[in-house]
Ligand binder design. Structure first.
Ligand SMILES: Nc1ncnc2c1ncn2[C@@H]1O[C@H](COP(=O)(O)OP(=O)(O)OP(=O)(O)O)[C@@H](O)[C@H]1O
Ligand SMILES: O=C(O)[C@H](O)[C@@H](O)[C@H](O)[C@H](O)CO
Length: 166
């Protein structure tokens, strides 16, 4: 089992890191945000955080996507709660997670800067931190400082992948 989920709050750099790692490894990239139901996107656009029930179907869809790539894939998914990660692990036992750790202030700054037409608004950032359960201590987890330059993040993930790949 080799797939990796790049997780963390909005703005932590999941897409940026996962696409770079996918390119190095030659693995497909699954952009989790592309699989939200339209109702979820509308909710976030309106500034309302998603609930566990809103995320359940989304996580199941992502589990199915992971199963379609048995040779390994990179998935971006906030995966903020332990129960969300367990739901993904249920689809793919042994799934590994890279947690991009970022302060609330920096997450707010990045999301506000990106704002434009993006559906995820800066005022939703607090709600991400309110439910975040650190994956520290769970099996198959690498936690990294999301403020490092992207090249340093990529190097850490590539080295860890080699050490931990089954
Ligand atoms: N290592 C980094 N250092 C500084 N800025 C970064 C880094 N990685 C990403 N960024 C910037 O942070 C912002 C968010 O990046 P990105 O879209 O990759 O995050 P994300 O976690 O996928 O966000 P979301 O889940 O909200 O889509 C972008 O403006 C990006 O340029
Ligand atoms: O679980 C969630 O609340 C969502 O996945 C969010 O994290 C957003 O989709 C994403 O960050 C948008 O930029």
């Amino acid at each position: 089992m080799s797939s990796i989920v790049v997780m963390g709050v909005a703005g932590c750099g999941k897409s940026s890191l996962a696409s770079a790692v996918a390119a190095v490894l030659g693995w497909p990239l699954i952009e989790g945000d592309e699989f939200h139901a339209a109702a979820n996107v509308a909710k976030m656009r309106a500034g309302t955080p998603l609930t566990d029930a809103d995320r359940a179907g989304w996580l199941d869809t992502l589990g199915t996507e992971l199963q379609r790539h048995p040779a390994g894939a990179l998935l971006t998914c906030s995966a903020l709660k332990r129960s969300y990660r367990e739901r993904l692990r249920a689809a793919l036992p042994g799934l590994r997670f890279v947690h991009l750790e970022l302060s609330r202030a920096e997450a707010r700054r990045r999301v506000a800067q990106r704002a434009g037409g993006h559906y995820f608004k800066a005022e939703l950032v607090d709600s991400q931190f309110e439910i975040l359960e650190s994956p520290h201590g769970e099996a198959g987890v690498l936690t990294i400082d999301a403020t490092l330059p992207r090249e340093a993040l990529v190097d850490q993930v590539i080295a860890w992948n080699q050490e931990t790949r089954a």
